[in-house]
Design a protein around this ligand. Structure first.
Ligand code: ARG
Length: 298
């Protein structure tokens, strides 16, 4: 590991104001949350702190965006923007409950720009909805975005992402309301393996994944692992961080030379989010950008 530089630069938001206060996906049940509010809030703080610590141990440097009262889902920073090559394309949310995040997210990115972490900030054309890296998962090996559309992001946003970043975007329709963001169902690992839940996609989507990902690189998971958000993982170098998974999936990942670190995030699963949702990579670079500064594409 290159000690002079962090392995990953990640944006997070402390769960001070996290909770389940409305319903915008099938995981969310405000009544159940309220019944146990104090204990669940305390658990969310502990779980978030453990994730934060584990990310740092894995070599990440974490930047924080300030939490805002009344915006419980701001904690899911993956949804705030698509970031590649120093450029941030700010999100527009499907649901009014999350639209209120757009202003504080923009302010946070202006600050990141001020500190030199982000070079440029872009906005979506009027009327288009795209929920950030949650629906635009960067695949470093294939030098492309896996984009999910339907529940939260518009298919038409694909052309905008392609144009803004000059990158290939493979857009797949999401077919199961429980897996409403791409990152809930698909996760590329450092060396090209892809963890995914096939039934989250249409037949056409599954065919596209099989075309793009060689059999030896496919780590297909079943519904029990999908419901634990095992595909909502953060991969930093050889470390795969996730809320939880079965022994079989752990073994499949470890057989490829990774270390699986489970850091339970049950309180966030009640909102439909896991490890990946709680993070946003600020340091993703395309092969073209890396070539321009003389880095290898590996
Ligand atoms: N409650 C949030 C929502 O429904 C969870 C977002 C999870 N984030 C993600 N990237 N999948 O919007």
């Amino acid at each position: 590991m290159n000690r002079s530089r962090p392995e990953a630069r990640i944006l997070m938001c402390r769960p001070e104001h996290f909770g389940v206060t409305y319903i915008i996906n099938p995981w969310m049940d405000p009544q159940r949350w309220t019944r146990d509010e104090n204990a669940l809030a305390a658990t969310s703080h502990r779980e978030w702190a453990a994730l934060h610590r584990t990310l740092i141990e894995a070599g990440a440097q974490v930047d924080l965006i300030p939490p805002v009262p009344g915006l419980p889902d701001l904690v899911f920073t993956a949804n705030s923007a698509v970031v590649l090559d120093g450029k941030a394309l700010l999100s527009r949310f499907r649901h009014p409950q999350r639209r209120a995040e757009e202003a504080p997210v923009e302010a946070a990115f202006r600050r990141l720009q001020g500190s030199g972490l982000i070079d440029s900030i872009r906005k979506l054309p009027d009327g288009l909805v795209l929920e950030g890296a949650g629906d635009c998962v960067w695949d470093q090996t294939r030098n492309l975005f896996w984009m999910g559309y339907g529940p939260r992001s518009d298919a038409a946003a694909r052309a905008v992402v392609e144009q803004e970043f000059g990158a290939t975007v493979v857009a797949l329709e999401l077919a199961d309301p429980r897996f409403y963001h791409m990152d809930t169902a698909l996760c590329p690992l450092t060396r090209g393996e892809v963890i995914y839940y096939p039934d989250a996609f249409t037949e056409a989507g599954r065919a596209t994944i099989r075309e793009r990902v060689a059999p030896a690189h496919r780590i297909e998971i079943g519904i029990d692992d999908a419901r634990r958000l095992a595909a909502n993982a953060v991969c930093i170098g050889d470390t795969v961080l996730l809320s939880g998974c079965s022994l079989a999936v752990k073994a499949a990942i470890e057989a490829r030379g990774y270390r699986v670190t489970a850091t339970p995030l049950g309180s966030f699963l009640r909102s439909g989010g896991g490890a990946f949702c709680l993070t946003l990579r600020l340091d993703r670079r395309s092969a073209e950008a890396r070539a321009a500064v003389g880095e290898s594409a590996a």
